[in-house]
Design a protein around this ligand. Structure first.
Ligand SMILES: Nc1ncnc2c1ncn2[C@@H]1O[C@H](COP(=O)(O)OP(=O)(O)OP(=O)(O)O)[C@@H](O)[C@H]1O
Ligand SMILES: [Mg+2]
Length: 352
């Protein structure tokens, strides 16, 4: 077929909100057509599982209507316990040989029946520990888990055409924006309400992924405990709002406790990567997701990791029309949209 492939909208179903992004690619640059998010009730998505599909469908429908989206093809992504990403080492072989043997090989590493998962993989290169071996990244997602996500998209009247993994969606947007000038080794860290996802790229390819069960919700819990307030009030305080009887300085102190554990966990992941890869050191860290906006967190990460840290803004190098968008607003909420923007760069017919 000639011409470019059909565009899709990116929909990121997160623990706290559904995010939608629509892009258009022209002359090698992306133009932002739509970006919006709709909050979800607290119990709608728990541990990455869709508990209240009606609430998620309602959120998706509101986004589609509000933004007058006509495109029906959607790229979504999944993450969590039902997604396994594992680096394995196996004898050097050609791509064809690997294709033949990957199912059997994967069986030893994937804790699910092979008939129950979608499997994907890519070759990373020669194993630094043994030149006769090569490293391969296995990616498996449980079919019934993926189906939960696919179903809510269908119930919303849309057509799911690409299913990605959250890690790779962020990687996609990073590579399409910064790919050419990227440093050798960077860590992309998506910090959401329910957890943190660390993805370390070497020359634009994911070499290490880790999920940390610590996220935006932990700040709320800490503030609730400290001040005896409910989750909603904790959210207000967390975002810098004022609440009678709460000393802002004490609130910041409570938040620092969570930030410290978060920094420590991220540091542990980066140290683990360094210890297990040949002379490779992370050169720069990009943070994204709503939690990246937490007061002082960037500075604390910078200090704790002893590395440069920057906020990844998925729209920073896109064409964003002043006529359609309030540019300051787009900038202020951009980190929420990295997954959805990465998904929106995909095309109909892209591999799952
Ligand atoms: N200015 C801010 N300061 C601190 N935290 C913030 C700020 N803005 C948003 N957050 C937090 O960011 C989180 C939402 O971010 P995001 O939309 O990236 O998460 P999510 O995708 O819904 O969750 P997950 O990725 O875990 O499924 C919430 O916990 C919210 O309280
Ligand atoms: Mg998220």
């Amino acid at each position: 077929m000639f011409g470019s492939k059909k565009e899709v909208i990116g929909i990121d179903i997160g623990a706290s909100a559904v995010k939608l992004v629509q892009l258009k690619e022209a002359k090698g640059q992306f133009q932002l057509l739509a970006m919006d998010r709709e909050p979800l009730p607290p119990e709608a998505v728990v541990d990455n599982s869709i508990m209240d599909s009606g609430a998620v469908v309602d959120a998706i429908r509101s986004l589609v209507e509000r933004n007058r989206i006509k495109v029906q093809d959607v790229a979504i992504s999944v993450s969590g316990h039902s997604v396994i990403i594992r680096k394995i080492s196996m004898a050097q072989m050609t791509e064809e040989e690997l294709e033949q043997s990957i199912q059997w090989e994967a069986e030893q590493y994937i804790p699910f029946e092979m008939t129950d998962v979608f499997l994907d993989y890519y070759i990373l290169g020669t194993d630094p520990a043994d030149p006769a071996q090569m490293e391969v990244m296995l990616v498996a997602a449980k079919k019934d888990f993926v189906d939960e996500y696919v179903s809510v998209i269908r119930e919303s009247g849309l057509n799911p055409v690409v299913v990605d993994i959250d890690f790779f969606a962020v990687e996609n947007i990073y590579c399409s924006l910064y790919g050419e000038e990227s440093l050798n080794v960077v860590a992309l860290i998506d910090m959401g309400a329910s957890g943190i996802q660390v993805n370390i790229l070497k020359d634009g390819v994911s070499f290490f992924t880790r999920e940390i069960q610590l996220g935006g919700n932990n700040y709320n819990e800490e503030l609730q405990k400290k001040f005896g307030i409910n989750s909603q009030d904790a959210e207000t305080v967390k975002l810098g709002g004022t609440l009678a009887g709460i000393d802002p300085q004490l609130a910041l102190d409570a938040m620092r406790v969570v930030s410290s554990s978060l920094v420590q966990e991220v540091r542990r992941s980066i140290d683990f990567f360094s210890a297990t890869s040949a002379d490779e050191q992370v050169q720069k860290v990009y943070i994204t997701g709503g939690v990246a906006l937490t007061t002082n967190l960037l500075e604390e990460l910078q200090q704790g990791l002893e590395l440069p840290v920057e906020i990844l803004d998925p729209f920073s190098r896109m064409q964003v029309s002043e006529k359609s968008f309030d540019l300051d607003f787009v900038k202020s909420v951009a980190p929420f949209f990295s997954v959805a923007a990465g998904l929106a760069t995909r095309k109909v017919g892209d591999k799952l």
